[in-house]
Design a protein around this ligand. Structure first.
Ligand code: F6P
Length: 319
């Protein structure tokens, strides 16, 4: 293993830069040449690559986004696109590749392994929707960003005696809503993994109002959708004025938390070690305090991992 490529793919997440830095610095420490691929798989197909040195990754550990840029490539989903990528990989003499991204990016990485290039995946997504790992890089930062927004909305919610629905990201995974809701003391948390009953939400709001509560925060995962309709229904059923805030991409930006920086640094260095040990087709994760690595095949097998106990606890604490 002489030359290692690194790319970020799919939606960016805070901590991706810390991961790139760790791959570059630990790779160079171990005597490797590191090639940075710009714009994810799109850049891999186009050959947007350049050698990185120690200075290339200076002053990035604290920055959100990804200095390598990212993309969602339609062409890479085709066999022809992947063949073009392999051509570029060979031209640049890449012996192993580190892919930082979510499940779609991992599927691409698995295909590259099949075509003969050893690949290691780092879970970079705010969604926390990869169930083989307890945390993905960027999730903790996104939860803290939502928490900050909850605090601000609570101020205005209490001033007007309103209910506020806050829609957060996460595609089909409710983890951002669940964890930000628990940490932020939300009255209700609505996620795709649990059947949603409007009457339960309304009954909590009415009980809260009757005992003098001035504000109500409802966290809604985007996978459930229908924020405006839910808000209208709440107003009709409870008579409580209800506002909607869709946080959107604000959750994806910002300086990564210490947790995400440390996770990304450990995983980036471990990815280099695995490639040097001759490993391939593996995804990195965290279990407790331990960094683990799992075959991509097992990554895609684990789809059910919603933390029901945490959801139940949030419900109990918001009675
Ligand atoms: O996967 C990360 C994510 O931020 C999801 O939470 C969200 O649904 C999606 O990406 C948004 O994608 P885009 O940036 O392409 O609008």
């Amino acid at each position: 293993m002489k030359t290692i490529g690194v790319l970020t793919s799919g939606g960016d997440s805070p901590g991706m830069n810390a991961a790139i830095r760790a791959v570059v610095r630990s790779g160079i420490y171990n005597g490797c040449k590191i090639v940075g691929v710009k714009q994810g798989y799109h850049g891999l197909i186009k050959g947007y690559m350049e050698e990185m040195n120690l200075s290339s990754v200076a002053d990035i550990i604290h920055r959100g986004g990804t200095m390598l840029q990212t993309a969602r490539s339609e062409e890479f989903l085709t066999e022809e696109g992947r063949q073009k990528a392999m051509y570029a990989i060979n031209i640049f003499g890449i012996d192993g590749l580190v892919v930082i991204g979510g499940d779609g990016s991992f599927k691409g990485a698995q295909k590259l392994n099949e075509l003969g290039i050893p690949t290691i995946g780092l879970p970079g997504t705010i969604d926390n929707d990869l169930r083989y790992t307890e945390y993905t890089i960027g999730f903790d930062t996104a939860v803290n960003t939502v928490l900050d927004a909850i605090g601000r909305i609570r101020d205005t919610s209490a001033s007007h005696g309103r209910a506020n629905i806050i829609e957060v990201m996460g595609r089909h995974c409710g983890d951002i809503a669940l964890y930000a809701g628990l940490a932020g003391g939300a009255e209700s948390i609505i996620v795709p993994e649990v059947e949603f009953k409007i009457d339960q939400v309304c009954s909590k709001l009415i009980k809260g109002r009757n005992r003098g509560k001035l504000h109500s925060i409802i966290l809604l995962a985007e996978g459930v959708g229908g924020a405006m309709e839910i808000s209208k229904e709440i107003e009709e059923k409870t008579g409580i004025e209800t506002r909607v805030t869709i946080l959107g991409h604000i959750q994806r930006g910002g300086s990564p938390t210490a947790f995400d920086r440390i996770l990304a640094s450990k995983m980036g260095a471990r990815a280099v070690e695995l490639l040097l040990e001759g490993k391939k087709n593996r995804a990195l994760g965290i279990n407790g305090l331990e960094i683990i690595d799992v075959d991509f095949v097992d990554v895609f097998k684990q789809t059910d991992g919603f933390h029901q106990k945490t959801y139940d606890l949030a419900n109990i604490l918001s009675i």
